[in-house]
Design a protein around this ligand. Structure first.
Ligand code: PLP
Length: 395
């Protein structure tokens, strides 16, 4: 089939929820993908910060293949060996106490919100059921997580939204303080806002929020669905801030392309859940967790993370050296970087694609760079050459 024939059938049979580019990707290897017409692209969006080891990594394939021959699914009525092993790894890496597994970022955040409410309920404080979330955040598309998402465009037409969410300004401690009261259950935020435009939290902001939560008995939830799994140069982005949340959520990169989500919580917060309180049929299957074990082991090695830091610094330096007058700022952490322009970038993304470089926006005016974490400096140079050519074409 060709790009055009796949597109035609897609428009007829697939629900119209995505604004898609007019190509169908049919094969991938490392940091490259190919479309149905045989065109090659350098992939600097990695399935939107998912393919942390690139496409069809041989180690990932081996982990999946080995598990496909052993056991696919049994349900959480039984203990699942690779799930338990993954829980141990993530708990030790995070400094938290227990793991819950699900299938996506939205589900992980949904679990975190439910846990926070149930925790206070079990502490005989059922009135503590409100969440402080942030403008320009993104937490998912279920009704609760789209409500937690502080962007009106995602909520329009879905009213009535669940109650109990109030919105503060990111990086403004004062706006958080104004919203805290005896009904606050948790503060939820992304250490680096992704979809909202690649905005890293200021260090003092996170430190002071942590202190505020400790003082007031409020749970701190970090959504590391995009910033986690080595993306920012440490396994969890919060590790470079020197503080720890009570609950953290993961998805995207955790399976390197295989769907899996996780919520990790301190032992104390995790006590909010008892058997029957929360569940997922496909949460932490043998297949998903076998793959995620391989990703976690690979990405958490100190050498791998040092490489992410140095590749991130190199990409950032190359982006900073662009001289285009339409650039306002380059920002981000590790290999989660963005260039803010003084205008919308949709056309620029399309020009890059036509020249063989896949990128994505983060909000209307920010060009986002979330390539595979094992991207090479030669591939970064190649991407920059394409980007420079695209900027010349972009009127
Ligand atoms: C920070 C953050 N949280 C949650 C989500 C939702 O994840 P999913 O699409 O897997 O539900 C995303 C997706 O972009 C995200 O970036």
């Amino acid at each position: 089939m060709t790009n055009q024939s796949i597109l035609n059938k897609g428009q007829q049979y697939v629900m119209n929820t995505y604004s898609r580019f007019p190509i169908a990707l049919v094969r991938g290897s490392g940091s490259s993908v190919w479309d149905a017409d045989g065109n090659e692209y350098l992939d600097f969006l990695g399935g939107i910060a998912v393919c942390v080891l690139g496409h069809c990594d041989p180690g990932l394939q081996a982990a999946l293949n080995q598990q496909t021959a052993q056991l696919w699914h049994v349900s959480n009525l039984y203990w699942i060996q690779p799930q338990v092993e993954l829980a141990e790894k993530l708990v030790k890496l995070s400094g938290l106490g227990k793991a819950f597994f699900c299938n996506s970022g939205a589900e992980a955040n949904e679990a975190a919100l439910k846990l926070a409410r149930k925790y206070h309920y079990r502490q005989d404080q059922p009135q503590r059921n409100q969440f402080i979330v942030f403008n320009d955040s993104f937490h998912g598309r279920t009704l609760a997580t789209v409500t937690a998402t502080g962007q009106k465009k995602y909520q329009e037409g879905f009213a009535p939204l669940p109650a109990g969410f109030v919105y503060a300004d990111y990086n403004s401690l004062e706006s958080v303080r104004r919203l805290i009261n005896e009904e606050t259950a948790a503060i939820m935020l992304e250490p680096v806002q992704g979809e909202g435009g690649i905005h890293p939290a200021r260090s003092e902001f996170l430190t002071e929020i942590r202190q505020l939560c400790d003082r007031e008995g409020i749970l701190l939830i970090f959504d590391e669905v995009q910033s986690g799994i080595g993306r920012c140069g440490t396994f969890f982005a919060y590790q470079s801030y020197g503080i720890k949340p009570d609950i953290v959520t993961l998805a995207k990169g955790l399976g390197g392309g295989f769907p899996i989500g996780a919520m990790l919580a301190s032992d104390q917060a995790a006590d909010g859940f008892a058997p029957g309180d929360h569940a997922s049929t496909f949460g932490g299957t043998p297949l998903a967790t076998a793959v995620a074990n391989y990703v976690t082991e690979t990405v958490s090695s100190p050498h791998f993370l040092e490489e992410v830091q140095s590749r991130g610094a190199y990409l950032r330096q190359r982006l900073n050296s662009l001289t285009d007058t339409r650039i306002i700022e380059v920002r981000g952490m590790g290999l989660m970087l963005g260039i803010e322009f003084d205008r919308e970038v949709r056309d620029l993304v399309e020009i890059c694609m036509n020249l063989g470089l896949l990128l994505i926006g983060a909000g209307p005016q920010v060009l986002r760079f979330v390539p595979p974490l094992n991207i090479t400096t030669a591939e970064i140079d190649q991407a920059l050459a394409i980007l420079q050519a695209a900027l010349k074409e972009w009127q």
